[in-house]
Design a protein around this ligand. Sequence first.
Ligand code: ASP
Length: 325
Amino acid sequence: MKRYTYPFLLLSLLGLVACKQSEPSPAYAIAIHGGAGTILKEDMSPELENAYRLSLDSALTIGEAVLKNGGSALDAVEQTILFLEDSPLFNAGKGAVLTYEGFAELDASIMDGATQNAGAVGGVRTLRNPIRGARAVMEQSPHVFLSGPGADQFGAEKGLDTVANSYFYTPRRMEEWKETHPDTTPAYLGTVGCVALDQKGNLAAGTSTGGMSDKRYNRIGDSPVIGAGTYADNATCAVSCTGHGEFFIRYAVAHDLSSRIAYLQEDVQTAADHIIKKSLLEKGGSGGLIALDRKGRVAMPFNTPGMYRGYAKPGERYVGIYMEE
Ligand code: ASP
């Protein structure tokens, strides 16, 4: 019997060392963004900065409550984005930028990492909360992506709240539109996104935006495009992007992150940094992303001066705006 004691002890010891070295996964995790771009402290009043920080913090509280109570990552993503869409501060839902013609035209998507089901709406003008439209497409239609008046009609038929397009206007956006329209280069800033890991180990991601200001011809960006602006796969990560959408579509940024983790076995931070700070930057694409892997590790790289962002895990919370924080 004695000769079995040493190997047993050795194995137990090795087990203990292995346990110590592999990071414990948090029970849940959530990360959010409120858009990336030229966000500089000198351009921001203390009141506005405070309002952004408070909104990001409240959004995290909403999503964290869902996860803490055992809710699904999908619900956490939807509820969090709903709050950010209703906030006039962000370029999503109320407060969205206006098109060339002066309308709000909204895009959103959501993806379930457990089933890889996904739903998206593009160019909607009357659905009060496009993220709800995206979820309805995922759960109540055989499709993934609906656009324009058809998407508005679908949402209305499913009983979602509809509003007049003027509901989305805010004085700030109308002022911007009057000042810059029509001879400006389209700008973007303030898209919102959320990724979450629930207590069952499921990941989900969602993104919602008004797109680029002064956009024309029913332009749709990356936010509602699965694999470009949003992606979730329990095996790899959940990701939501923000930035110059055309680049994120061309380089399938969200899916690229998942692929680097799957095929190169990179960790989420290394993969996300490589894409945002190297490959996308070299190609001229500006923006950032938020991502969570199945162990609840968060990455939030951006290649612009700032990105509204934050994350929460049990006992941990972070909110940031500028590069150096
Ligand atoms: N990616 C969005 C778009 O191109 C804009 C943004 O993220 O701010 O429509």
